[in-house]
Design a binder for this molecule. Sequence first.
Ligand SMILES: [Mn+2]
Length: 301
Amino acid sequence: MYREAYVISSPLRFGGMEKSRQKALISILGVPLDSTASFRPGQRFGPLHVRAVSPELESNAYAADGYLEEVPFFDEGDIAVSHGDVAETLERISRVVQELLAEGKRIALVGGEHTITVGALKGAKAFGLRPCLVVLDAHLDLRDDYLGVRFGHASTFRRALELLGEVPIVYIGSRAFVREEIALAKSRPNIMLLTPRSIESLGLANVIGSARRALSECKKVYFSIDMDVYDPAYAPGVGNPEPSGLSPREVLPLLSSLVDERFIGVDVVELSPPYDAGGVTAVLAAKTLQEVLISFSIKAR
Ligand SMILES: [Mn+2]
């Protein structure tokens, strides 16, 4: 098994819970990568901090009616990141994800920078899936390259489009882009943009309805959650903070409504603990992942 060579078990476990690997429907994997961080690095410490704070949260979900101890998940540990070799790291993520999907598991990646999503999607494709994407992110990450780097955190969904083709992509909370990115997004009928301003004008329930309709034909759905989707007031510890973001009271109900039995995986990325004043972003990242895990396990019953 590739996993046995490239996943390093962690002494800390998500939620502080020892769970059965065999019974698990969801595998948690840390991916401590920050090789392409352009502004505020430190995402490599994300998995450690999420695991350290997660046992201190109460185990209930905010918007779903369930508890973490009822969720069949297993914390596999961290992918061995090849620091400085992004292509090799993405290959390792891809191979491990493909193996876990073949075992019948869903995956939950804890980043790490946003580039890791490309590895997860490569693994899903190698397993034969072309999931629809729900992307919670301040940014579009649609640049062809950023300062010459093509496999980096600013190009995640440009690479995803090349990999998966024209699958439906629903962006939620996006508010920061260059002209090239917004022009690309608006020219593609498969891309839907639900901005903070659309939540303000339409209301959260209508935005959830629009996202649901966009996903109605999808067989499988993958969620990618960049912590910078939240306003920096709630999540200061991120690589590229951007004002005017969403609140936890918007994001958590959104996730618990959109995650259903078609869920194949999620990543929670871009937490940068060195910039996390008071450690609140790590707590919110743990809560966000907890909400997704509980919401899936309720709908999968
Ligand atoms: Mn991003």
